[in-house]
Write a protein that binds this ligand. Structure first.
Ligand code: PXP
Length: 252
């Protein structure tokens, strides 16, 4: 009998907050989205509290952590401010992502090789609080090995190169992710992946056997806007007509 493998989905609700912040309203609420994601079968919820607070706000992190029964993957830059927040929130895992030029590789992952000393202290400070640490890196062996050397439990391979490349580059980009996942698995690190995955390009990524969890946000929020649009327009029109009929009935 063949071994049954399953793959997990971490839903990133950042862009629910983007929509809210565009208007400064109280809706749509990322916590509500996270709870819908849970009911739909998501295995985790991901939020990225950016230093500039462009989408997720501090109160979102606390309310999701306190009210949604899903493991939280807290994405953050390696700063003192974020460390303090993480130590209070105590998410299931923290994924360290680059926000500044100096922390970036040319492809967009965290440059663990170059920043190994600073990251070492940071990873230790999270692990002391029983938080698992993940590093968002390119599928490059040196970055994977450096992550292993730092003692992190998880890496997340950056799939942006694969998602954004020209069609004739797709197979080679896919191959880099396959090889990176196999290498990481062989040296004993959990391998996740994410960024830019959508309803078409996720298929080949989901077939990579070593990948444990895919973190996906933008395409899910974009699809929700379209699949929910009919109901949203229909309901608005229904409310308007009901209101008009009621006021006309009152006038008569
Ligand atoms: N994983 C990481 C580390 C990310 O920074 C992001 C984007 O915030 C994602 C996954 C999700 O990417 P997308 O919104 O393109 O699905």
């Amino acid at each position: 009998m063949s071994e049954h493998h399953t793959i997990q989905l971490g839903v990133n609700v950042d862009h629910i907050a983007t929509l809210r912040q565009a208007r400064g309203t109280s809706y749509p609420d990322p916590m509500q989205a996270a709870d819908i994601a849970r009911k739909a079968g998501a295995d985790g919820v991901t939020v990225h509290l950016r230093e500039d607070r462009r989408h997720i706000q501090d109160h979102d992190v606390y309310s999701i952590r306190g009210n949604v029964d899903l493991p939280m993957n807290f994405e953050m830059a390696a700063t003192d401010e974020m460390l303090k927040i993480a130590q209070i929130v105590k998410p299931h895992e923290c994924c360290i992502v680059p926000e500044k030029r100096a922390e970036l590789t040319t492809e967009g992952g965290l440059d663990v090789v170059k920043n190994i000393v600073e990251l070492g202290d940071f990873v230790g400070a999270l692990q002391e609080h029983s938080i698992k640490v993940s590093l968002f890196i390119d599928p490059v062996d040196e970055q994977i090995q450096a992550s292993k050397d730092l003692g992190v439990e998880i890496i997340e391979l950056h799939t942006g190169g694969y998602a954004d490349c020209a069609e004739d580059q797709r197979e080679s980009e896919l191959d880099r992710i396959r090889k990176g996942a196999a290498f990481a698995h062989s040296i004993g690190i959990q391998v996740n992946a994410g960024h830019g995955l959508h309803y078409q390009n996720v298929v080949q990524i989901a077939q990579i056997p070593e990948l444990v969890c895919l973190n996906i946000g933008h395409s899910i929020v974009a699809r929700a806007a379209m699949t929910g649009f009919y109901e949203a327009v229909f309901t608005m029109k229904k409310i308007m007509i009901a209101a008009r009929l009621e006021s006309e009935a009152n006038d008569n």
